[in-house]
Design a protein around this ligand. Structure first.
Ligand SMILES: O=P(O)(O)O[C@@H]1[C@@H](OP(=O)(O)O)[C@H](OP(=O)(O)O)[C@H](O)[C@H](OP(=O)(O)O)[C@H]1OP(=O)(O)O
Ligand SMILES: Nc1ncnc2c1ncn2[C@@H]1O[C@H](COP(=O)(O)OP(=O)(O)O)[C@@H](O)[C@H]1O
Ligand SMILES: [Mg+2]
Ligand SMILES: [Mg+2]
Length: 315
């Protein structure tokens, strides 16, 4: 076991099971120190040793997908039911598929009835023929977005495609979800949830496409990681000029989705229809996303950890 801090008087120990890349991006020394100042030791778990032979943890946080790991967690959880596992593997699994990921959104009923929150029309396609059938049955016109069905964290799961015409459907790597493309003013809202803590940031997104532009666009255009792409100016990166969603909507969405998904750690990508400011659409939900990109993520995340270890992480 590699302890990220030397012997410490921390009262609580939280074990993290993460890929090396995520350890690097998430477990930064600023977070480790901040948590330590609040009595919590963050420990990188040793994945080669059974969990119950390691340090006694007050909580385990994980983002690993192998069946062996899931099996190990289930076994541990069965024998240590009082140790919170953030989050249950079955609930996390639902986010690994672009259709089941959005199921809970369709069932939400929000108190805020001044706006609507839904998902874009979408269909699963296994080949060009089923893609055309899917689009016809939904009455969808081009452009559409094609997304790999699996959202399992692999690099290819982020390889998306704008499709401008039927010819463009030929070049896709099936199976995909073909989804209504909604003009939304070039900004995506990312709502980050960590237990009862919810915050929202605005990021750069795909630009709107006018009917005029559609006349000249042909085939398909692959893209990935738009929200992390560097623009020529900083404001461009963050979708400057686009009004943020109301705070009440952000907190209600975070709270209700947390309950519906049975998850504590996730973010939700939301866009607002450029032709209807009351229409919000959830387009993506990610398990344990890049919290480190949030301003003050040390405080945000430590407050969540404190809730968990002090038994206050209730809905
Ligand atoms: O690495 P980052 O900070 O860009 O975080 C990624 C997330 O970016 P975001 O926080 O939404 O801007 C990213 O979100 P998007 O799918 O890009 O919206 C994913 O959550 C990604 O995890 P995975 O590859 O799907 O397992 C996240 O990757 P991991 O950090 O989990 O590898
Ligand atoms: N239905 C849509 N309409 C308009 N833009 C979209 C739609 N779906 C995705 N996008 C754009 O593509 C980006 C990536 O799509 P997303 O579903 O979030 O995939 P990923 O899991 O790779 O982040 C979004 O942040 C947004 O900019
Ligand atoms: Mg996304
Ligand atoms: Mg995603």
């Amino acid at each position: 076991m590699s302890e990220l801090e030397g012997p410490s008087p921390s009262r609580y120990r939280v074990g993290f099971a993460l890929e090396p890349k995520k350890v690097h991006s998430f477990l930064q020394s600023s977070l480790i120190q901040h948590a330590k100042n609040h009595g919590i030791q963050l420990i990188q778990m040793d994945l080669t040793i059974p969990i119950d032979q390691q340090n006694q943890f007050h909580c385990i946080i994980h983002k690993l997908h192998s069946p062996q790991w899931t099996q190990q967690l289930r076994h541990f959880s069965l024998h240590n039911p009082s140790i919170p596992i953030i989050d249950p593997p079955d609930s996390v699994d639902r986010l690994h598929h672009r259709v089941t990921m959005l199921d809970s959104v369709a069932k939400l009923s929000l108190l805020n009835d001044a706006v609507s929150v839904s998902i874009p029309k979408q269909a699963v396609a296994n080949d060009e023929i089923t893609a055309v059938e899917g689009l016809d049955s939904l009455n969808l016109r081009f452009p559409v977005i094609a997304k790999p069905l699996e959202a399992d964290g692999s690099a290819s799961s982020h390889n998306l495609c704008m499709v401008f015409d039927r010819e463009g459907l030929k070049s896709l790597n099936y199976p995909v979800v073909v989804q209504e493309f909604v003009n939304h003013g070039g900004a995506v809202f990312k709502i980050y949830v960590a237990g009862r803590h919810v915050t929202c940031v605005r990021r750069k997104s795909l630009a709107d496409i006018t009917d005029e532009e559609m006349k000249n666009l042909k085939g398909a255009m692959p893209f990935s990681h738009v929200s992390n792409m560097k623009g020529s100016r900083e404001e461009e990166e963050e979708g400057e000029g686009v009004e943020m969603p109301p705070e009440g909507l952000v907190s209600e969405l975070g709270r209700t989705l947390r309950e519906a998904l049975g998850l504590n750690l996730f973010n939700v990508d939301v866009i607002r229809d450029a032709s209807d400011e009351k229409r919000y659409l959830v387009i993506d939900i990610n398990y344990f996303p890049g919290y480190a990109k949030l301003p003050c993520y040390e405080t945000f995340f430590t407050n969540f950890l404190l809730d968990v270890v002090q038994g206050k992480n209730t809905a």
